[in-house]
Design a binder for this molecule. Structure first.
Ligand code: NAD
Length: 475
């Protein structure tokens, strides 16, 4: 009896010592709760965590994930507010809702499965094994939500991860990761399943891309990081940029289209990569469509106001043939009322979206603006609308949307744009199971083709064959 109590006391002492004075390698990273200031230490800790996770059951993986889900849901107000205060882009209710939604709906262990081939020569079982430590790069538009979603799916697949967050969302990333790891450690005794670099830079991202201990990369971000990941020598899952076009033909339910565009394009002030960014409407219903937007509560800017907003919101960068517009940082992700002010107009704080007629050459059409102003372009017919939608989607093959009741037009557009997500008659988020069917992820792998990521995206196939036996069905 005395010996047992002594043993318990000594284990507790050891755990407390490890937590208060973390040392540099192996199991000594316990008590860091995933927070690191250099890539080597983070990868070493995540490797140890991976080895420990590999010894655990599927039930344990689920229990680990339940902690991440619980914290994302129960603490969404506090963490969402922290994200809003740090990043200063988007809208507070949506920051909160995103954490809750990802906690509730990210695919977890229930997505894991095996396949079997059973035949004359026995059995072959295909199982989905983890890669190991995954290097994840996350965007400022959804810093902690992306980490939450990545962590749930990657751990469900048996992996651990090291995150290089966007520098402008690093504090909330660190705080969320600390809370996840602490809860998991206290319940299951494994620390550092999710590691985060507290001072992320392009150099730490590069070091992660090239680290021998990193077995797979998953980046969620814009064109520069997508290109960098595709050039890396590691296998990369790339959730890249988009510029989702909307087509409206003469058969569309215009009021439904207007409500959908407002819901999708205004969500978190248009920060979603899937959000409606520019709209092509056939001439026959163009004026009626703008009237439907008025009725649905968006604020219409006139030509002079659109011009003023464009001057304030778009800045030119690059030289010669590389010259192009980018969104101005001061207005990116800001409220419609703030954009309206820049346009010389006053709208009430509860207006969610601005819109106005432009031609296709207005920078709001080609640029992924991430602002709650949507340009409406008048086109001759649906063929011209689809052609322009394809052109301004830039071949990202990310997301496209049509409002139509003509199945032929839907089919034509689906074929022409060849996007990962193609939404008909709903807001963009319906394609992620939010008001539509299917499941959710905030890392939608576009150029590399994995689509809406799930735990299986982060696994390797392994085949186990038994020759000539265990086919129990007879000859
Ligand atoms: P961003 O490209 O500026 O940054 C994304 C991440 O990449 C950050 O962590 C950043 O520090 C890092 N980064 C940037 N350049 C890099 C480089 N050369 N090497 C290594 N790391 C680099 O994007 P953002 O503003 O944070 O996020 C918005 C972008 O992300 C939009 O283009 C949006 O479409 C895209 N996005 C895509 C998805 C998707 O699922 N496909 C989801 C969310 C956001």
């Amino acid at each position: 009896m005395q010996a047992t109590e002594d043993l318990i006391r000594s284990v507790v002492r050891q755990v407390l010592t490890e937590m208060s004075s973390p040392v540099k390698n192996g199991r000594g990273h316990r008590g860091r709760f995933g927070i690191f200031d250099n890539v080597d230490d983070a990868v070493s800790a995540a490797t140890t965590a991976f080895e420990e996770l590999s010894e655990r059951t599927m039930e344990d993986r689920k229990r680990i994930i339940d902690h991440i889900r619980r914290i994302s849901i129960d603490q969404c107000v506090e963490l969402g507010t922290m994200e809003m205060e740090e990043t200063k882009i988007g809208r507070l209710p949506h920051k909160i809702e995103k954490l809750k939604t990802l906690g509730e709906r990210t695919p977890g262990v229930e997505f894991m499965r095996s396949e079997v081939f059973s035949g004359d020569h026995g059995l072959a079982v295909i199982e989905h094994a983890p890669f190991g430590v995954i290097g994840a790069i996350t965007p400022v538009t959804h810093s902690l939500p992306t980490i939450t979603g990545n962590a749930v799916s990657m751990i469900a697949g048996g992996n651990t991860l090291v995150v290089n967050p966007h520098p402008s969302g690093k504090r909330v990333a660190v705080e969320g990761v600390r809370r996840f790891n602490e809860a998991i450690y206290r319940d299951l005794g494994i620390d550092n399943l999710i590691c985060v670099l507290a001072e992320p830079t392009l150099e730490t991202a590069d070091a992660l891309f090239n680290h021998r201990g990193i077995k797979l990369i998953c980046v969620t971000g814009g064109p520069a990081v997508a290109r960098a990941a595709m050039k890396s020598s590691k296998r990369a899952i790339v959730a890249g940029p988009g510029n989702p076009p909307v087509v409206i033909d003469e058969t569309a339910d215009l009021d439904r289209a207007a409500r959908s565009i407002i819901k999708g394009a205004s969500y978190d002030n248009n920060l979603l990569c899937i959000a409606e960014k520019e709209v092509f409407v056939v001439d026959e219903v163009f004026d009626a469509m703008l009237a439907a937007m008025d009725r649905a509560g968006a604020a219409r800017l006139n030509a002079r106001e659109v011009e003023a907003l464009t001057k304030a919101a778009m800045v030119s960068t690059g030289e010669g043939e590389h010259k192009h517009f980018v969104p101005c940082k001061d207005l990116l992700g800001k409220d419609a009322a703030v954009l309206a002010k820049a346009a010389g107009r006053s709208v009430s704080a509860d207006v969610e979206l601005l819109f106005g007629e432009t031609d296709e050459h207005n920078p709001f059409v080609p640029v992924e603006q991430m602002m709650p102003f949507v340009p409406f372009v008048r086109v001759r017919d649906v063929d011209e609308a689809i052609a322009k939608a394809k052109f301004y989607e830039h071949g990202y093959r990310h997301t496209a949307i049509i409002h139509s009741n003509n199945v032929r037009n839907m089919t034509k557009m689906g074929r022409a744009l060849d996007t990962t997500l193609f939404v008909k008659n709903g807001p963009c988020m319906a394609s992620l199971g939010l008001g539509g069917e299917g499941y959710l992820s905030f890392s939608i792998a576009t150029p590399t083709g994995e689509g809406v990521t799930t735990p299986l995206t982060f696994t390797r196939e392994r085949r186990c064959s038994l020759i000539d036996d265990l086919r129990i069905l007879g000859k």
